[in-house]
Design a protein around this ligand. Structure first.
Ligand SMILES: [Zn+2]
Length: 452
């Protein structure tokens, strides 16, 4: 160890970190929490009664742990899925009197078609340039399908977030680009990794037209048929945008014994999409953040700085929870020593993505050494904030860490009806709890605040 590492991590602290790790690796607290959030409460989309129940539940649980709990107000959108059906009603080689069913889901924030739906020709494009080159004349009044595939090979090689980043541009910006050329509706190929004909929902920039995600299989079908000739679709999407709702970030402080004003955030987001029950995205993240506090309380270990558990609201539908926190606390960011978020699933943790100075990251080596025994010791510097909810803190200079899970299967389930509790392997969740608790306590108890 360097002199600075030794100074910050004396033998007693390293022993405590090892004790926390051992305790967390046999602790089923996080699993019980995510089981309650997903099975008893269910899908927790912003503005829903389940999101409200989840806020109350997590607040109660954190109070039970002995934390100082605050609910901080957040104004959230309230969008409710309606019926969503589509069929191809005209296509080359069609058998008389038949149509072909298309499996899809509305994207968050999508507007509605008329109750009886709309019927229009489908135009398939592979990217924004193709859309642009078609121009208004060939797009106006049509249903535009963006058929950008998710790069499975990259995902299989461990770079699933790169595949996601590429493909998700069409989900987020496609409908708006199509609307600007007069399209009557926009569809995107689902941004996901598996082929079980599941649509993957997600947020999309407000476009003012109905917008949905078709399954990868249906996207291929439409593209193949459209390459042969005219394809016409009947599309019904009837979601509703209701008035905004007051919701909350749940904040639970385990007060620091020496520097209560210095804060280490451990967090995940409490809202989810509505198709599944939000187990891997992101009930698991909330649960491991809660467990970081639970393990310390169980072991009667006191953080010197405040360990702040945050269950963020509205990560999925606009990020208003993170925004509200920034508005309320940005003057305290110089004393936010570090912020951690877990929002990449619940699979085996590989380590942490870090956005901080190289010196700060190197100072944390002894902590990564503690995590090495179960393989969570990768220290991966990132130029981007490693978590959507901690992004503004990170941009303001707060050292930020993102728990980095094995992401090879994450996008099989992400934002689908299959994001359910069974996708979480209890032993892997325990590893995530251990990584979060060890890192959270290390940041709260190292001698000096992490340099920035
Ligand atoms: Zn998430």
């Amino acid at each position: 160890m360097t002199a600075a590492q030794k100074e910050n991590f004396p033998p007693q602290l390293l022993e405590e970190l090892a004790t926390i790790k051992t305790a967390a690796l046999s602790d089923d607290y996080a699993y019980r929490q995510v089981a309650h959030l997903t099975e008893n409460i269910g899908p927790r989309i912003s503005g829903s009664p389940q999101a409200k129940a989840a806020v109350e539940y997590v607040a109660d649980q954190l109070r039970e742990l002995g934390l100082e709990v605050k609910l901080e107000e957040v104004n959230v959108p309230h969008w409710v899925r309606g019926s969503e059906t589509a069929e191809l009603v005209e296509y080359p080689g069609q058998a008389r009197g038949t149509s072909q069913k298309i499996v899809l889901a509305a994207l968050g924030g999508s507007t509605s078609t008329a109750t009886e739906g709309l019927t229009a020709d489908v135009v398939v494009v592979n990217n924004f340039d193709e859309l642009k080159s078609l121009g208004r004349e060939k797009v106006s009044g049509k249903i535009v399908l963006f058929n950008e595939p998710f790069d499975k090979q990259m995902a299989a090689a461990g770079l699933s977030f790169v595949s996601y980043g590429e493909a998700v541009r069409y989900r987020s910006g496609g409908p708006k680009a199509a609307a600007e050329l007069g399209a009557s509706a926009a569809l995107v190929r689902s941004v996901g990794n598996a082929d079980y004909r599941l649509p993957h929902t997600g947020s999309s920039q407000p476009a003012g037209i109905p917008a949905g995600a078709v399954t990868a299989e249906d996207s291929d079908l439409i593209a193949d048929l459209a390459a042969q000739g005219k394809v016409r679709m009947h599309l019904t999407l009837t979601p509703q945008k209701l008035p905004d709702v007051v919701s909350y970030n749940v904040i639970g402080d385990l007060k620091g014994s020496e520097h209560p004003e210095e804060v280490v955030v451990v967090s995940g987001h409490l809202d989810s999409w509505d198709l599944g029950t939000g187990a891997i995205d992101d009930g698991a993240g909330v649960a491991v953040a809660m467990e970081a506090a639970e393990v310390l309380q169980k072991l009667h270990l006191h953080p010197k700085r405040t360990l702040r558990v945050v269950a963020w609201m509205d990560e999925e539908s606009g990020g208003s929870g993170s925004e509200a926190y920034t508005k309320k606390h940005s003057l305290e960011f110089p004393r936010h020593v570090a912020a951690i978020e877990s929002d990449s699933g619940a699979a085996h943790p590989l380590g942490f993505e870090t956005r901080m100075t190289t010196g700060a990251a190197e100072l944390l080596r002894p902590v990564f050494d503690v995590l090495q025994s179960f393989g969570a010791n990768a220290l991966q510097p990132s130029s981007y904030p490693p978590g959507a909810d901690i992004a503004s803190m990170s941009m303001a200079g707060v050292p930020a860490l993102g728990l980095m899970q094995d992401g090879r299967t994450y996008f099989n389930y992400h934002h689908t009806a299959a994001d359910t509790l069974d996708k979480i392997v209890p032993a892997e969740l325990r590893e995530n709890g251990a990584a979060m608790a060890v890192m959270g306590y290390a940041l709260a108890n190292m001698k000096n605040p992490l340099p920035r």
